[in-house]
Design a protein around this ligand. Sequence first.
Ligand SMILES: Cc1cc2nc3c(=O)[nH]c(=O)nc-3n(C[C@H](O)[C@H](O)[C@H](O)COP(=O)(O)OP(=O)(O)OC[C@H]3O[C@@H](n4cnc5c(N)ncnc54)[C@H](O)[C@@H]3O)c2cc1C
Length: 472
Amino acid sequence: MTTSHHDAIIIGAGISGISAAYHLQKYNEGKTYKILERRQALGGTWDLFNYPGIRSDSDMYTFGFSFRPWGDKSSIAEKAKIVDYLTDTVLEYGIDKHIQYGVHIVKASWSSDQSLWSLESSDGEAFTCSYIYMCAGYYNYDQAYVAPLEGIEQFKGDVLHPQFWPNNADYTDKNVVIIGSGATAITLVPNMAKNAKHVTMLQRSPTYMGSKPAIDPVANNLAKWFGRWAARWWFILSNMLLYWYCQTWPERAKTKIIEEIQTALGSKFDAKHFTPNYKPWDQRVCLCPDGDFFEAMKADKASVETDLIESFNANGVLLKSGKHLPADVIVTATGLKMQFFGGIDFIIDGESLLANQSYAYKGMMISGVPNTFLAVGYTNASWTLKVDLSHRYASRMITYMDKKGYKQARPTVASDLEDIDLIDLTSGYVQRSLGTLPKQSTSKPWRLNQNFILDSLTLRLTSVDDDEMVFS
Ligand SMILES: Cc1cc2nc3c(=O)[nH]c(=O)nc-3n(C[C@H](O)[C@H](O)[C@H](O)COP(=O)(O)OP(=O)(O)OC[C@H]3O[C@@H](n4cnc5c(N)ncnc54)[C@H](O)[C@@H]3O)c2cc1C
C-alpha cells in the first residue's frame, strides 16, 4: 500500500475537525491537509446519536463556529439542524473535498530525526504528515459507559442505551423507565413522553435543571438590529455572567434555580427530586428548552423517582423504598465512556505516550508531544468557543515556525509542577476517567482558563514562543 503525505492531518470530521480545516486553509494558505474520519458520515456526535429529541444543550450561537455564526432563530437546535449547519459549512468552504471517510487511525508514530508523523489505519492504510490535529472528541464511539445494573437481565422488556438507539425502537403507549439524570435523560423524558404511556426518570440523586426559551427573544432582536455577532456576544457574556454568579454565590444560585423549578411545577414539585447535593456548575446545569421537562410532568406524562435500585424483575424495577416501577422499556442513560486521543496509540521516538503522565499546554497541546494540536472545548460553556480559539492559535504557531524555519514544536515541562485535575467537574463520567487523562497545573501555560475572554486574550495576543515551548 502506498503512503500519502499531507502537511497536516486532521483526525475526525466532527465540529472540531471542520473548525481545524477552516483555520488551516484560511491562515496557512498552501498547506495541504486531509481529514480522516473513521465513520462514513460527517458530524461526529451529531451524526452518531439518534435518541428521541436529541438537541444541543447549549445555545447554538456559541456552539456554532466563530467564522460562520448560527443564523436560525432557535438557539437550541435539534440534531437535523445541526447536521445541516455542519454540512453547509463544509460545502461553503470546500472542506468536503478534503475528507476521507472510513479511515480509522489506530497508531501515530513521531520521528524527531525526520520531523514527521506516520499514521496507520486499522486496515493498514498509511499516511505521513508534519502536524496532527486531534479532533476525535472525548468519548468512546464503540462502547458506552455501562453502569453496574445487577440483575437487569431479569427484565423481559427492551433495554435501550441512548448511544446505540435502534431505528425501530417502539415505546408507543408503553411504560418507560429512564435510569439516569444527566442531559440525555432530561432530553429523553419529555420527548419519549409524547408517545409513551408514562415515563419515569429514576435518579440516584438530583441534577440542576434550568428552563430557557428555545427561541431567545433578546438574541433574535440583537441579531435583527446588529447582526448575528451581537446575538453570539449576548450568549457569551450572559453565560459567563451566570457561571460567575453560580461560582461566587452558590447558595443564592441554588435557591434561585430550585425556586424556578417550584414555580414551573406548582403542585407537582417535590424538593427531594430537585435539590442536588453539590453546588451549581460543580456539574453541568441541564437545560430544559421551554420547560419541556416540567410540562411533561405537569401533564402527568412523566415523573421522577429519587431512589436506589433493589432489583429488576420481568416487568419492571423494584426500588430500595419498596416501590415497584412497572416498565415495558428501560433506557440506561448512564453516560459516556470517556476517551481522549481517539483511542490512538501515540508513540514518540519509539516510546509510548503515557497520557496521564503528561500536562495539557494552554489546553490545546500535550507536553512531550510535538506538532500536535488537541481540540478540547469548555466544560462550562460551548465546546466550539475554545476549539476555534485553539485552531487560530495553531495557525499562528505554524506561520511562526515557517517564518523561522522550525520543523518541530514540543511543549516541554521546564520545572516541577503542582498537579491538579484536568477537568474540575464532579460528574461521574469525568471522575471515572481522570486517571487516564493528562493533568494540568496551577501555573501557566499548564493551566486551563475555562474562560473565553481570558483565553481570547491569551491565545490571540500572546507570543507562541514561550519558555515551555521548545522549537527546533
Ligand atoms: C448528546 C450530546 C449532546 C451534546 N451537546 C452539546 C452542546 O449542546 N454544546 C456543547 O458545547 N457540547 C455538547 N456536547 C459535547 C459534544 O460532543 C461536543 O461539543 C462536540 O460535538 C464535539 O465535537 P468534536 O468534533 O470535538 O467531537 P465528535 O463530535 O465526537 O467528533 C469526533 C469525530 O472523530 C472521529 N474519530 C474518533 N476517533 C477517530 C480515529 N481514531 N480515527 C478516525 N476518526 C476518529 C469520530 O468518528 C467522530 O466523527 C454534546 C455531546 C453529546 C454526546
